[in-house]
Design a protein around this ligand. Structure first.
Ligand code: ACO
Length: 337
């Protein structure tokens, strides 16, 4: 049977603690640095974000992912035993070994699945869904759980005011399943890209096998995220626009025909610039960064889940998702819900 893949259910989960822009301003005072609510809102669109308490097992990455996954499964009408593959998109894993996907597998009791992580930073969820689709099309898998989850607050340098204002923690999940090729509700098109020449625009220098964390490197915060914000901004606008247009072109679909655009939630100004270049009015753009900040691989599944739950995204509508992230990775995915 010729087959296609379809997202049949979504879910999301966040830690409890809200950290407002004023809270960050207070934190920074301790290090002799300044920021303020108005600056952060004007430059990013972010008002608050959620931060995990990792002393609480329920708020570590795989636990947030498990909560999101259980909701997605329930909405999809599937049981954990129905899943035959788990893809966990994250760049802030519970542990380097084993994968966060395996921790999640144990937490939700998906006994028949095989599990793996994907690290494509903020593009991870789209990379994950496209990978799930390929396993489904090849006949290898039938029901795939894709999770985008992050606790990047652990890799934020709270003395770097360019970075600490941006990130939040959370997880989103989607169940992707095989459907007949003639099915109208399915993944329609996608485009993935990466450019390793731009790796150092956003990276964590130490803590991998190439550079161990010594006391000196720890003191220099080399085990935390380092970012060239201004350059990344420009590259983000260019790559997001390119990925979205290429994905639409594959179907000869004009942007005007889209019902919804769910972009990566890094910065409202990036989103506005991209929507403008593609030709999508802001009324059709789903935003959750005001309340959750940049949750990296979790931004798209959580924003998607919210819009499906509150009835903005309705059955039969076309949705374009679009992301960029450290790597520099990028990807877009078009589907009919
Ligand atoms: N509060 C107050 N002032 C600040 C702050 C702050 N938090 N941060 C920087 N400033 C100052 C700067 O020092 C600078 O002052 P100067 O002109 O005296 O030197 C001024 O504000 C402007 O700084 P810019 O860096 O030009 O500010 P910009 O408008 O570019 O905003 C920001 C900075 C928000 C980081 C922006 O560049 C951005 O969002 N870039 C993209 C980052 C991003 O998307 N990262 C996630 C990637 S996805 C992933 O893979 C995880």
């Amino acid at each position: 049977m010729e087959s296609a893949a379809r997202i049949i259910g979504t879910g999301s989960a966040f830690p409890e603690r809200r950290m407002t822009n004023d809270d960050i301003a207070q934190e920074l005072i301790r290090f002799g640095l300044k920021t303020n609510n108005q600056w952060i809102i004007e430059r990013t669109g972010i008002i608050e974000r959620r931060i995990s308490n990792i002393q609480n097992e329920a708020e570590i990455n795989s636990s947030l992912g498990a909560r999101a996954a259980k909701i997605a499964l329930e909405r999809a009408g599937r049981k954990p035993e129905d899943i035959d593959q788990i893809i966990y998109a994250t760049c802030s894993p519970d542990t380097l070994m084993p994968s966060t996907a395996c921790w999640l597998q144990q937490k939700i009791g998906a006994r028949s699945a095989w599990a793996m992580d994907i690290n494509a930073a903020c593009s991870g969820f789209i990379y994950g869904v496209v990978t799930a689709e390929q396993f489904i099309l090849s006949g290898h898998s039938k029901t795939v759980l894709v999770v985008g989850g992050e606790v990047l607050s652990q890799w934020v340098n709270w003395q770097d005011r360019n970075i600490c204002i941006l990130f939040g923690d959370g997880a989103g999940a989607a169940v992707v399943e095989q459907v007949p090729a003639r099915s109208s509700q399915r993944i329609l098109s996608s485009h993935l890209s990466s450019d390793g020449n731009l790796s150092k625009l956003l990276y964590i220098p130490a803590g991998g096998s190439s550079l161990e964390v010594t006391p000196e490197r720890y003191a220099q915060n080399l085990h935390k995220m380092h970012m060239s914000g201004r350059e990344l901004f420009k590259v983000a606008v260019r790559t997001l626009t390119e990925c979205a247009l290429r994905t639409l072109e594959k179907l000869h679909m004009p942007a005007i025909k889209l019902d919804w655009f769910v972009p990566h939630q890094a910065n409202l100004r990036i989103i506005e610039a991209v929507a403008n270049r593609i030709g999508i009015p802001m009324e059709k753009v789903i935003i959750n960064l005001d309340r959750f900040g940049n949750t990296s691989a979790a931004t798209i599944p959580t924003a998607l889940d919210e819009a499906i739950r509150d009835g903005r995204i309705r059955e039969g509508q076309t949705v374009l998702t679009d992301a960029f992230g450290s790597g520099l990775t990028a990807g877009a995915l078009l589907f009919r819900w």
